[in-house]
Design a protein around this ligand. Structure first.
Ligand SMILES: N[C@@H](CCC(=O)N[C@@H](CS)C(=O)NCC(=O)O)C(=O)O
Length: 198
């Protein structure tokens, strides 16, 4: 199977989750500007939605949407799989929050809003991070164990740093913990990225 990604894009969350799950897979970068894959194919021919992450399975079928991909990746590994029932629902709750309340507004902040609108939306995203910082109870977002929700939140914390957003110091040890994970380091290396180094 092959994962299509933009370096440091939201697809990094799926990339990390798949490495955490110990899967064997290929990756191919999509050029943000030209929308061509590394092998020169127009990406919309592969994913008509035009965006990453897109995972093409060996039988040619494709799975898209980070929340779905992260839930799928979590099902593939004993280490990542939440318990049935409420634990899985709590994970979907966290993934949906990161996706709709942080990831999506960030895209508007970066690409669609005028200067006058940016402070309000930036403040709203910072408020979402503050909410999560206040709820960090264990080492990770959902408790003592790493989950795919941490993969997504970590990528959003990278975006926060990139956009010089003020966020809680409570995320400093959290990011250090995530960046100490071999699967995270391997995903960063494969995408040519550095750790945040907090
Ligand atoms: N609904 C999708 C959105 C994914 C998305 O926004 N991907 C961005 C990169 S972070 C992208 O590929 N944008 C290119 C575009 O929309 O044309 C998901 O949650 O997976």
């Amino acid at each position: 199977m092959k994962l299509y990604y933009f370096a440091d894009g939201c697809s990094l969350a799926t990339h990390i989750a798949m490495r955490e799950a110990g899967m064997e897979f290929e990756i191919e970068e999509v050029d943000v500007q030209t929308r061509l894959t590394e092998s020169g194919r127009p990406f919309p021919e592969i994913n008509a939605k035009g965006y990453v992450p897109a995972l093409v399975f060996d039988d040619g079928s494709m799975l898209t949407e980070n929340v779905a991909l992260l839930d799928w990746a979590a099902q593939q590994s004993d280490a990542l799989r939440p318990g049935n029932g409420m634990p899985r629902t709590r994970q979907i709750e966290a993934l949906t929050f990161v996706s709709t309340e942080i990831h999506r507004p960030f895209l508007f902040l970066f690409f669609f809003l005028g200067e006058a609108e940016k402070p309000a939306v930036g403040g709203m995203i910072a408020g979402r991070f503050a909410h999560l910082a206040g709820r960090l109870a264990g080492d990770y977002l959902l408790g003592d164990d790493f989950s795919v929700a941490d993969a997504f939140l970590y990528v959003m914390l990278r975006w926060a740093k990139m956009s010089k957003m003020e966020i809680s110091d409570r995320f400093i040890p959290y990011v250090q913990r995530i960046e100490a994970r071999p699967a995270v380091q391997a995903a960063l290396r494969a995408e040519g990225l550095k750790t945040l180094g907090n």
